[in-house]
Structure formats: C-alpha cells, structure tokens
Design a protein around this ligand. Structure first.
Ligand code: IVH
Length: 706
C-alpha cells in the first residue's frame, strides 16, 4: 500500500527525512519483489517512479542521510535475486516428446533394440501434469530442502514456500535416511479461478493459466504470499536416495504414496504399446473433468534395473517419453508479416495476429518459419496446407503445443480479402541492408553481414548472457542491448573489460541512468565471478549455428578442456582428416554440426572474437561424471564380435558413463579389447599390439555394479 500523504521535500526536517528514506526504501523493496517474481504488482509504474523520484530528491537534499542500501543504487531489473541456489545432487531431467501413436511404437522399439530384448517390457503410463517440477530433500525423515528445476543442474531454493503446500509432508516416517522426492507443483482449476477472482477484487494482476499462477505463487520471495495461494503437488519420481524405494517404478510410486505423498490415480502399468495408447486415449477423454491441467501422458519403463541399463542422453532419459496431446486451435486475422534477424543471420518471418485465446493463452504472434513455408511448401519442396500460401489479411488457424511458439495450421481462402497480395520475401537485411542470401539446401535466407549486422551482434550478446550461457547477475538482454547501442560492448569479450574501461574515469557506469555506485560495483563483481566458467557453457555461449545446449555438452565432455577443444577445431578440416573423424565419432555429433563449429573457428572475424573472449576467462575442464574409481575410467576400449548380453549401443553408452573412451578401431592407444564370438582382425591386431583382450563376461565382471 502506498502512503500518498506527501510532505514537501523542502519542508522536511532531518529526522523526518531519515524516517522517510527508511519508509521509501521498504516500499520500493516490496514493490521490486512483487514485480520481479511476476506476482501482482501492488503499485503502478507511475507510483513506483514517483516513490523513486521522491527518494532521490530527499537524498539530494540530505546526502549524508543516503542509506547504504539506497533504492537509488538498485539496477532497474536486478532485484530478481533473492532465492538461494541449490545444486541438484542428481540432475533434474526433461523428457523427450512423442506427438503421435507412431512415435510411441517407435519409442518401445528403440528400447527393445537398445536392450536387445525380445520379451515384453512393462511401462507405467500416467498424466503429464502441467505445472512446474520441484525436488524435495528429506534427511532422517525431515524436509530439509526444496528446489525448483532451474537449468536442471542448479535450481532455486524455495524451501520455505514448499513448506506451505499441504500435499508436501514435513516429516516422513520410515523413509530412507536420504530421500529426494520429485514431482509437479500445480494449481487446480477451482483454486485458480478463486485466486483470479481475489486478484480482481484487490485490483491486482490476474494469471493467464493455472501453470503461470502456480509458478508465480511458488516463486514468491515472501512465503506468506505462497501460503495464501492454494498449491498442490503430485510425486512421480525421485532423485538421490540412500536406499532403493522398490524394484519397479510403480512400486516406488506406491511407496511414496505410503510415505504420505499424493500420487496420480491414473498411473497404470501397461504391458504393450497398444495398452499404453489405450490408456493415453482414456486419460485424454477424461482430461476436461480432471480438475487440473495436463498436457499429455508420460510413459516410463517399469523395471528400475532396465531404467539403469538404458540410462540417459545428455538431458533426457532413454527410458521415458512424454506423449503430448494434440495442440489446441483457434482462428484469427493475420495483420502483418515482420522480419526478425536472428543470431545466425536467419531472416525469420513473424506473423502479427489479431490477439486470440488458444489453450488459455492470448496469442498475438506466430512463427512463419521461412519463405517456403509462407508459400505453402515444406523444406523438401512438398505441399503443406494444400499448397495454400499465407497473405497479410488472411483468416488463419493458429495452434500451440505446450511451450512451443504458436504456428499457423491453415488458411481459410474463402475469407481472403480481394486486396490480399502474395508476400514478397525480402532479399536484403532489414537491419544492416546487407544482401540476404539463401544457400543451396538451406530453407532459410540469411543476412550476410555477420558481426557488422547490429541485429546479429545484439542477438549473439543476448544469447551470450542467457540463462544457459553466462547468466550474469544484473546483465540481462535489456542491459546488453543498451551497452551495445552505446558502443560499450560489441562482442562478448568487451563485457569482461567493462570494469577497466568504465569503472573509473570520465565516463563511468555509475553515472549512467539506472545505475549507481553500488549497482555498478555489483555488476562488475558479477561479471568477474563468471570468468571462471565450465567449458560446456562457453561452447554453448559462443552462439555457433547448430550448437545447442546438448551438443555443447557433448563437445565439452569429449574434449574436456578448452585448449584441447580449441586445438582440435583449429587443426580440423571440414569433411576429412583425423580431427574431423574424431568429431563425427562423438555420439550425437553429425556432419552439419561439426562443419558449423569448424567454420566458426576458421572464420577470421569470429576467431578473433573467440580468442579475445577466451583470453578473459578461466575455463573449467569438464569434471567427469560417474564413479571416480571406475576400473575403466580414462581407458580406451574397443568392442568387437557379437555381444550376447547387451547391444553394442548399450555397451558403448555404459562404458562412456564409466569414464571410458570407446573407439571403433584398435591402435597403440587402445587399453582394452572386448571381443565376442566372431571377432576377427581387431582381435588379431590387439594380440599383435599386446592389448589386453577379454570376453563379454569378463567385461561384465570388470564393470560389475560400478
Ligand atoms: S518424469 C526423468 N512424470 O514434465 C524424468 N515428469 O517435459 C523426470 N512432468 O520436467 C520427469 N508430469 O516437470 C515426469 N508424470 C510426470 C510428469 C512430469 C509432468 C514434467 C516435469 C518434467 C517435464 C518434462
């Protein structure tokens, strides 16, 4: 609540000024907290600005009364901190998606192949709850910590808030000493409606859907507010445990139920893909009457021993998949087509739509992908939407699937205005006017301006400071854009020289609008803190085309150190040579990705930017995951002949998870050959080189339960 009674600043006594500064500081702090946690702001922007101006005016009149934590020194958008960070002992993963029945059959098939398994494989099938995931840690039966998923490795500490959720037990009787229970926080439809009604009555912000409401309520800096928001929790998984809960997924979930957690009633064991699909359709039919939002069905291999054998890809388990419900649809008018220039120069057409509600969310933009898509063709030149092109003024059908950006499914030609013209795709960059060219085989037209294109440069900087990249406290997209505009920062390396250039002297950060001495110092410190950074984040942050978070991790895990990665990319040639072969031998790295990374390292301008950045950093080698004392860690292993107890893919993945390097050919560098029946030239080569050779049973005995 804002106290509107205002004594003129000029008339304030020193004692009154002191009290007033204290009051304003508290009000602004609360307003920041409310704003940055996406909660209903309790004061308008204008009121907020007025408070801030008054605070400044009083400080100007009584400089010696300025508080050490003065709100004038706060960065506009940097008060979002507040939650401590918690590193997950076991990563919180996401799920691969299946969109139709064939994807599910394929999922089952792949598992069978991976395991080399002919018999039936049982799966659990359960609703995919549309909320946000939470990990609860119990030690000696006491709830000691609750963390959001965050980036999967590090989440936010929301323990106090989780304690206010009635589905979450504070204590457990008869639980393992350490037990991390994972599940979904959500808000029921009834609670969501009631909350929005209360918000309207208070003149506060309403939430677009139950998921946003649940997220906004859990991520409250004030647990008192979370306590007023009715949140629920379903447990469906676990993280670290000091003793196994059971032998199967279903029994583990039942054990969690016995411990006092809410378990989804629609969780069922299915023995075939057909049963899984039946259960999916059953859940889909009940969707509207469940009383909470779900967006699909999750299937998980039931036997935990098989889950262990299947293991993980970089961010998803091989033993589970989310079968999503079909997207929701709505019709609306296409008002305009705008072009956005992305980080890699791609000209992306964006549809500006008459706002329409699709699946509870107001949509006003949709992606149009590329020029072929607008013309009614897919990337192979085949007809989509019955070859109907998309024109400004068209009546279009929009769909949304989960978090995916809205797309256009169809055009109603009977509603096309007579004046509508075919869309002409630009051949020059709208930002830097460089030619925009479309290379053969590329669906996308790209600006050729590279780093001289402001749009590309800014997008790269935004990517660089993004959450999965450098994630520098107080340096978000807004700040880097402003720094770019003023030519303070042109490439990522410039971020790390900001203190040297603008910490002192005539032009100082603390004198810029929105900054003060304290916030500037905080920013410089936050930047310095990120000089020490894991290799995978650096590789991802470079913003190289085709290199996402997953592939960055694959490269980092393989090369381990920046020096080795950099040397390999410097010496590599696209399409040939030892470095090229080595890149392609990484499971998950294909030719397109490999060529893109090499090209980036061999382009002079890009390379200069990369080198300048690396010189500012202390890049951390990849700490090998998995048991440190694995008997095969650091060894180079070759598999040959027929394996009878596991497939080649499983053997390779398992060896790699134990820290071994798996190679396809025997050389002097090979430490161990695992030879099954039918082994030929490789066994001979190993014998000639004196490489230790064992059979499959020997291998299993060696790795044991490691
Ligand atoms: S299992 C290792 N089960 O979906 C697998 N996830 O898209 C861990 N989710 O991050 C997840 N309902 O937040 C699982 N019944 C369910 C789920 C579920 C919702 C969420 C979860 C996860 C996301 C992945």
């Amino acid at each position: 609540m804002v106290d509107r009674q205002k004594t003129d600043v000029a008339a304030l006594t020193e004692a009154e000024a002191l009290a007033e500064l204290e009051r304003l500081s508290a009000l602004l702090l609360a307003a920041n907290a409310a704003y940055h946690t996406q909660d209903a702001p309790e004061i308008s922007d204008a009121e907020y600005d007025a408070l801030k101006r008054r605070n400044l005016a009083i400080e100007a009149k009584f400089p010696h009364l300025k508080r050490a934590d003065s709100p004038s020194d706060q960065i506009g958008a940097a008060v979002a901190e507040g939650f401590g960070k918690i590193a997950h002992e076991i990563r919180m993963l996401s799920l691969e998606n299946a969109f139709d029945d064939a994807d599910v059959v394929d999922f089952e098939d792949r598992i069978r192949k991976y395991l080399g398994h002919d018999g039936p494989i049982a799966f659990t099938a359960e609703p995919k709850i549309d909320g946000l995931s939470l990990s609860l840690r119990y030690e000696q039966g006491q709830l000691v910590q609750a963390a959001t998923r965050g980036d999967g490795e590090v989440g936010e500490n929301v323990t106090q808030n989780a304690r206010t959720i009635s589905d979450i037990p504070q204590t457990l009787a008869d639980a393992p000493d350490v037990l991390e229970v994972r599940g979904e926080v959500y808000m029921s439809h009834t609670d969501f409606q009631a909350l929005n009604e209360r918000q309207v009555a208070r003149g506060g912000k309403t939430f677009a859907n139950p998921r946003n409401a649940a997220a906004g309520s859990l991520r409250q800096l004030d647990p008192g507010i979370t306590a007023e928001r009715p949140l629920s929790f379903f447990a469906y998984a676990w993280g670290a445990v000091s003793a196994p809960l059971a032998e199967t997924q279903m029994n583990s979930i039942n054990r969690l139920r016995a411990l006092g957690f809410s378990i989804n009633q629609l969780t069922k064991v299915c023995n075939t893909a057909a049963e899984m699909l039946d259960h999916y359709h059953d859940i889909e039919a009940r969707r509207a009457s469940l009383g909470y939002d779900i967006d699909g069905v999750v299937y998980k291999v039931n036997e935990l021993a098989l889950q262990r054998r299947l293991g993980f890809r970089s961010t998803t388990p091989r033993w589970a998949i989310a079968h999503k419900f079909p997207a929701e649809l709505a019709w609306t008018r296409l008002l305009a087509i705008d072009i956005q220039v992305g980080r890699t120069g791609a000209l992306s057409p964006v549809a500006r739509l008459q706002p329409v509600t699709v699946g509870g969310v107001v949509v006003s933009n949709a992606t149009l992908h590329n020029e072929d898509y607008i013309l009614g063709r897919d990337s192979k030149g085949e007809a989509i939407r019955g070859s109907k092109d998309i024109r400004v003024g068209d009546w279009v059908q929009v769909y949304r699937a989960g978090d995916v950006i809205p797309k256009i499914a169809d055009v109603d030609l009977s509603q096309r205005p007579n004046t509508a013209q075919p869309y002409e795709f630009p051949t020059f960059c709208s930002e830097c006017n460089s030619p925009a060219v479309r290379e053969e085989g590329d669906a996308v037209r790209r600006c050729t301006g590279g780093l001289i294109c402001p749009a590309q440069a800014v997008e790269r900087l935004r990517h660089f400071v993004g959450r999965a990249a450098f994630d520098i406290e107080g340096l978000g997209a807004k700040q880097v854009e402003a720094f770019y505009r003023d030519e303070w920062v042109r490439t990522p390396a410039d971020i790390f020289t900001l203190r040297a250039r603008f910490g002192t002297g005539i032009q100082q950060l603390k004198n810029r609008e929105g900054w003060g001495a304290k916030s500037a110092e905080n920013l410089f410190d936050a930047i310095d803190e990120k000089r020490k950074i894991p290799l995978n984040r650096v590789i991802f942050a470079l913003g190289i085309r085709h290199v996402g978070e997953n592939s960055a991790s694959l490269l980092a895990n393989h090369y381990s150190t920046w020096d080795q990665f950099e040397a390999a990319m410097t010496h590599a040639t696209i399409g040939e040579g030892a470095e090229w072969d080595e890149l392609l031998a990484i499971d998950g790295v294909g030719g397109v990705l490999a060529a893109s990374v090499i090209a980036a390292f061999q382009n002079d301008k890009e390379r200069a930017a990369i080198d300048a950045l690396a010189a500012e950093l202390d890049i951390q080698a990849v700490a090998k995951r998995g048991p440190v004392d694995s008997p095969v860690a650091g060894k180079t292993v070759v598999f040959t002949g027929t394996l009878e107890k596991m497939t080649r893919a499983e053997a390779k993945a398992r060896a790699e998870s134990l820290g071994a390097k798996v190679s396809g050919s025997v050389s002097a560098k090979t430490d161990l050959l695992v030879a099954g029946p039918g082994a030929g030239s490789k066994a001979k080569a190993a014998a000639d080189l004196g490489v230790q050779t064992i059979d499959e049973d020997g291998w299993i005995a060696l790795i044991g339960d490691a």
